[in-house]
Ligand binder design. Structure first.
Ligand code: URA
Length: 435
């Protein structure tokens, strides 16, 4: 078998065998296959697609590129959540401690910012000292101790995904259904979970903006889960505008902590609570959605979820004082208001562009080796359906470089479209797919 032939086969639209997929993924993980060859393969997949069997084989090869965690020694049902990626999507930071409060074990392995979307790891690392590079042993110890651990892929867990994810980010090959499905499912299946709740985003800020494609992605991931004997359920949720009010790592951590203090934005909390219900049901901690929602609300009201988050931060080496004192997080030197030059109801927001502007500002990476500026980002004031007058502030740009901030502020207003007539807010939860 040789790499050139495999790339050529995919380029010509032919289906790869299980052996070919294993050869490619093993070779890449072990550094025998070069970045440029895998990049060519990824682009071939982007244009040619993959059958369900190929996608499953790719998922399994990526899962088997490292250790498959065995969490059977930890009591309790292990349930995780994963989002296909969005802008301002800080759901995991709120949801994981919220659900763990009730004894659902949450072994969460997350990713970094990808393309225009933010990543849970980058957000968590904006907390001074917070370590996401846990070893397997630390992961297990933390799960035993507080029922929750949040880490990134290591050399141990789905290392193929970690490498491929980073390569896709810089080769414009992120928004491919088989590549997203294999990426998400490989690391989730390697975590040793019993169940998984998927948040598949749709709308202008999603990798799959079209609802029909988001649904297709959800169904494929559920099918892969079924094949691997895991309970998987998927929600299609709106990403036609940033979720909540903030975009950017430290800003999103603050918003998540505020949410855990009972001051979460309505749209953000609706997604958190909907996914949380499904996780409590899967974890057998409630038998109806209503009961689950009551429990979740209770743990916010009584600050139990906030305490669980504090335990998480402490256990993973972070400075837990940030929870009470946001000034301990990175803060931007400059804040610039984006003034609207137009009036009307906000009809559309180009959320992908907002995500790319956040990357330009330093909240994400353009190249693999780029460093994140944790303070950079936006506070969004106006969302779809809001009435805007000329001169109103659409958003605040937070940055450490004043010229950059001014430039981004100019571009930011171009992400908004207005209309004269009233606009309804987009439906937040569009569909729910069960196996
Ligand atoms: N999230 C992932 O983990 N992988 C993708 O490819 C996209 C979103």
């Amino acid at each position: 078998m040789n790499t050139y032939e495999i790339i050529k086969k995919k380029r010509d639209g032919k289906a790869l065998t299980k052996e070919e997929m294993n050869f490619l993924i093993n070779g890449y993980t072990k550094h025998n296959i070069k970045d440029y060859q895998l990049a060519a393969f990824l682009m071939a997949v982007y244009y040619r697609g993959m059958s369900f069997d190929e996608t499953t084989n790719l998922t399994i090869a990526m899962m088997d590129s490292g250790k498959v965690f065995d969490l059977s020694a930890i009591p309790g049902i292990k349930v995780d959540k994963h989002s296909t990626g969005g802008v301002g999507d800080k759901v995991s930071l709120i949801l994981a401690p919220l659900v763990a409060c009730y004894g659902v074990v949450v072994p969460m392995v997350s990713g970094r910012g990808l393309g225009h979307t933010g990543g849970t790891l980058d957000k968590l690392e904006s907390i001074p000292g917070f370590r996401t590079n846990l070893t397997y042993q630390e992961f297990v110890t933390n799960l035993k101790s507080i029922g929750l651990a949040m880490m990134g892929q290591t050399e141990e867990l789905a290392p193929a995904d970690r490498k491929i994810y980073a390569l896709r980010d810089v080769t414009a090959t992120v928004d491919s259904i088989p590549l997203i499905a294999a990426s998400i499912m490989s690391k989730k299946l390697a975590e040793g979970i019993d169940g998984l709740v998927l948040d598949v985003k749709t709308g202008s800020g999603a990798f799959m903006p079209k609802l029909s494609l988001a649904k297709k992605l959800a169904k494929i991931m559920i099918e892969i889960g079924k094949k691997m004997n895991k309970k998987v359920t998927a929600f299609i949720t709106d990403m036609s505008q940033p979720l909540g009010r903030t975009v950017g790592n430290a800003l999103e951590v603050i918003e998540a902590i505020e949410a855990l203090k009972g001051k979460g934005e309505k749209d953000l909390m609706e997604v958190v609570l909907t996914l949380g219900e499904a996780m409590l049901l899967m974890g057998k901690k409630a038998n109806t959605k209503n009961k689950a929602r009551k429990l979740l609300q209770q743990s916010i009201d009584q600050r139990n979820a906030l305490e669980k988050f504090r335990q998480l931060v402490r256990l993973q080496g972070g400075d837990e004082r940030v929870i009470d004192d946001y000034s301990l997080l990175a803060t931007a030197k400059y804040q610039i208001g984006v003034k609207s030059s137009k009036a009307g109801y906000v009809a559309k927001i180009d959320t992908q562009k907002i995500g790319m502007l956040a990357v330009e500002l330093g909240a994400g990476r353009k190249k693999l080796e780029d460093r994140i500026d944790p303070a950079a980002g936006f506070i969004v004031n106006k969302k779809i359906g809001d009435l805007v007058r000329v001169g109103d502030i659409l958003a605040l740009v937070l940055a450490n470089d004043i010229d950059l901030a001014r430039d981004i502020a100019l571009k930011f207003s171009g992400c908004y479209s207005f209309q004269k007539n009233r606009v309804f807010k987009p439906k937040l939860i569009t569909s729910h797919f069960k196996p």
